[in-house]
Design a protein. Structure first.
Length: 206
């Protein structure tokens, strides 16, 4: 099977998920999605209060080496059992997500271009670029509504780790992108280009 791996990176709240949902809505089960968020390290040794204090916005917080291993297997036609992360408790859950290899594999995450080994497994690298104020507003809405966080804790985390780590790791990784998409899934011109590329690949590979 000829596999096309597409990486979608960008800062928190940039619109990566919207872009992905549009692509999945178009191509459905012909795409396997591998999310970097599920590879946050397990910290059973720490109580919840201590896990809350960890810096989740630096590369060391993620078990990227396991993600590299899983992506290589998927590219090679092998299924994998991906970990599942529970943001409400800041730890991995006991569940796993069984992923089957498909003709298109979509890898998404804030720092997926920061790691060269992971980057090298991607055929197309897309960076979603959105104004910082808009990204912050989206992050507040998401973390309060979906992850059970208080607004105060979201803003404190943003100031202490999210923004400094974005400036140190995420923004510089934009230089590795083949395509920079402004405003994510709302950029219909870019979305059309990406969909056409996927359609060609799927037609050529059944």
């Amino acid at each position: 099977m000829d596999v096309l791996v597409i990486g979608i990176a960008g800062g928190t709240g940039s619109g990566k998920t919207t872009l992905m949902k549009n692509l999945i809505g178009q191509f459905g089960d012909r795409i396997t999605v591998l999310s970097h968020d599920n590879y946050y390290r397990r910290h059973d040794e720490l109580p919840y209060e201590e896990r809350c204090k960890l810096n989740y916005d630096e590369p060391a917080a993620l078990e990227t080496e396991l993600m590299v291993e899983h992506l290589a297997k998927l590219r090679n036609g092998e299924p994998v059992d991906c970990p599942v992360y529970d943001f409400t408790v800041h730890n991995r859950s006991q569940e796993v997500l069984h992923l089957e290899p498909r003709s298109v594999i979509m890898v998404e995450g804030i720092m997926i271009f920061e790691n060269k080994e992971l980057r090298d497994l991607m055929d197309i690298k897309i960076f979603v670029d959105t104004d910082a104020d808009i990204r912050l507003c989206r992050r507040i809405k998401r973390d309060v509504n979906k992850r059970g966080r208080s607004m105060e804790s979201v803003l404190e985390q943003y100031q202490q780790t999210v923004k400094p780590m974005h400036d140190q790791y995420v923004e510089p990784s934009k230089k590795f992108a083949d395509l920079v998409v402004l405003e994510g899934g709302k950029n219909l011109v870019a979305l059309d280009m990406i969909m056409n590329r996927l359609q060609r690949h799927l037609e050529q590979n059944g």
